[in-house]
Every structure is written in structure tokens, then in C-alpha cells.
Design a protein. Structure first.
Length: 343
């Protein structure tokens, strides 16, 4: 028997917007299903339709064609009040007044359950406190929005969504404008909430490097269609690189990082392992020196001696030793930069 609770279904859904009297379809014929307990990342190029899709799923704008069902019911059959008990939408923190206190913003999540005066019952207050605890902002409950950081503001909005107590949470670029630490922490928080509270959490993002290590599923927008899959499978099938087909950027699956395709001036052989090898190779590549252990270029041996890292050029011939990577690279360019060896 199929459980009809805790999912959202998209059937032949086309999303877009109106320009004058015409409708422009951004993504046509989407057929996807999201189930509870998953953190789903919606990724794609600028202008690919990420925000348009999220706003359509949230009921903020109408679809061009097709249907959206939540728990086996068409979204249009829900009243605004009933939909607010099923789905919450997190925009940017700029929709919060600077002089509001944190607990006031979070309390707005209870609006579907309060009377016309917004009176909070003891149960509502307990849910609000728990939402602030779950998002790590309870200690900020009396702070003004103007007094907290961008990362903390994002947690406030997530807490407000938790207080709304919906099975589905949609977030538009929740990590935009955050530093690296806060990006990881916010996505880790969303993943924990999705798994522990059995929620569907769908968010848009440009931070592919971080998304690949945190999301359970990717909804990948490419050429006006959405491909769904595990992040790891997207990498293995080279789907990620499709996003960069017309640029010099590519995803290095072996090293789990994005890189720029560069023209190399000459090549070297690199002897070493672990972090010493990886970070030396990155520096050489960035400065147009290719690492290829099949080439005829000089050999470079890396080793750690006590507290120092030592790079030795042509160690078999008692070559030069360097104790700073910058000095090594300057030496290589000076001595081999005009080499006609294989490039």
C-alpha cells in the first residue's frame, strides 16, 4: 500500500512566467516525486528556472501547464490556510524587519494555527522554543534581527519554517551571501532536519562543491529538463560537467573539486603521496605546470623532514632542494619554462 502522507508529485508540470500577454515556459513537462526524509538540491545555471519552480511549488505563482499534488491532493484544492499547514517557503532574510526580535520572527510560523488576533497558546510557545533549540538560536531569542549575523538570520528563517510544522520546506538560495563555514553549517542543519524529522526539504543553490557533499538527491536543470539522481551518480555519469560544457570549468571527479582547464607550459614528474602531493600538484597546475609521471620532464620528490616540507628536483642526481613551494615554482619556470618537451 502506498503511503499518501509526506510527498509532493509533479505531473507534466510546465513552469514559467508571463511577459505582457504571452506566457514564457522556462521548464516544460516536469515529472518528479519527492518523498519525506530527503534533502534535495535544485541546481542549474543562472536563469534556468530554479526560483520559478520553487515559487510555483509554493503556490506563489501558477503553473503554465500540468499539476502539483501534495499527499495525493491537487495543490489548487488546498485553501491558503490548509496549504500553509503542508508547505512552508523560506525566502531571503531581507523580508525581516531589523527591529523585530528573533522570537517574534519565529512565532510567525504559527500563523496557520492561531486565531485572527494571533494569540499563542502554551502549545504554540513550546513549538516555537523547540524550533529555536533545533536550529541553535535559542540563546538569541531576545536579540534584534539587526544585531545578528547573516548565518544566524538564515537559521531564524529556518526556525520559523519549523515552527510552521510542515512536511515540506522549500528554500530559495539559503546559503547565498554566507561564508564557507555558515554554508556548510546551514546545509548540515537542513540535512539533519530532513532525516530526523522526516521532512521533504528542497532548496536551490549555486554552491555545487558544497551541495555534492550534503544533498541526498539532486534535481539538475539542464537544457530545460530536470534530471534527478544521487550526487555521486551525477558525478560518475559526468552529468555535473554538462553544466559547464561551454566553459573552461570542469569537475575533477577523482579529486572531488572544480578546476579550470589551463594550457601548460611544460610538465614534471611528481613523487610523493597524500596531502603533500595533492596540494603541490594544485599549485603547479594553477601556475601552468602539468604533472604527468609519463613525461620526460624533471622529477620532483616531496617529503616531510621534522617540521619542514622539502621539495627536491631530480633527487637521483642530488638536485636542488627547496623549502618553500613558491621558490620551487620560480626555479622550475626559470629553468624549464622554454623547454620543448611534451606539453
Amino acid at each position: 500500500m502506498v503511503n499518501n502522507e509526506g510527498y509532493i508529485q509533479l505531473n507534466d508540470l510546465s513552469v514559467g512566467y508571463e511577459t505582457g500577454r504571452q506566457q514564457r515556459t522556462v521548464i516544460p513537462k516536469i515529472n518528479l516525486r519527492a518523498s519525506q526524509g530527503n534533502l534535495i538540491a535544485l541546481v542549474g545555471a543562472n536563469g534556468s528556472g530554479k526560483s520559478t519552480l520553487l515559487r510555483t511549488l509554493a503556490g506563489i505563482q501558477s503553473p503554465i501547464k500540468g499539476s502539483i499534488s501534495i499527499d495525493n491532493k491537487p495543490i489548487e484544492s488546498y485553501s491558503r490556510h490548509d496549504l500553509a499547514e503542508k508547505l512552508s517557503f523560506v525566502g531571503t532574510h531581507y523580508d525581516m524587519h531589523a527591529m523585530m526580535r528573533v522570537h517574534q520572527v519565529v512565532s510567525y510560523g504559527r500563523y496557520p494555527y492561531t486565531n485572527i488576533l494571533g494569540h499563542l497558546h502554551p502549545t504554540d510557545k513550546m513549538i516555537i522554543r523547540k524550533a529555536m533549540h533545533d536550529t541553535g538560536i535559542f540563546h538569541l531569542r531576545d536579540a534584534f534581527i539587526s544585531e545578528i549575523s547573516d548565518g544566524e538570520k538564515q537559521r531564524v528563517l529556518i526556525a520559523r519554517s519549523l515552527a510552521q510544522d510542515t512536511n515540506i520546506i522549500l528554500l530559495d538560495e539559503p546559503t547565498a551571501f554566507l561564508d564557507v563555514k555558515n554554508k556548510f553549517e546551514i546545509l548540515h542543519l537542513l540535512g539533519r532536519l530532513a532525516h530526523e524529522k522526516r521532512k521533504i526539504i528542497l532548496f536551490s543553490s549555486h554552491d555545487l562543491q558544497i551541495v555534492l557533499g550534503t544533498a541526498d538527491l539532486l534535481w539538475f536543470i539542464d537544457h530545460k529538463k530536470i534530471i534527478q539522481g544521487l550526487p555521486e551518480e551525477m558525478v560518475l555519469k559526468n552529468t555535473i560537467n554538462e553544466l559547464f560544457r561551454h566553459s573552461e570549468v570542469y569537475f575533477d571527479a577523482e579529486n572531488n573539486e572544480f578546476r579550470i582547464q589551463r594550457r601548460h607550459n611544460f610538465c614534471v614528474r611528481l613523487l610523493g603521496s597524500g596531502a603533500l602531493y595533492k596540494w603541490t600538484e594544485r599549485a603547479l597546475d594553477r601556475l601552468h605546470i602539468k604533472v604527468d609521471n609519463r613525461c620526460s620532464g624533471p622529477a620532483i620528490h616531496i617529503e616531510q623532514k621534522d617540521q619542514e616540507i622539502v621539495w627536491t628536483v631530480n633527487p637521483d642526481n642530488k638536485g636542488d632542494e627547496f623549502f618553500a613551494l613558491q621558490d620551487l615554482i620560480q626555479h622550475l619556470h626559470s629553468k624549464y619554462g622554454n623547454s620543448k618537451q611534451l606539453r
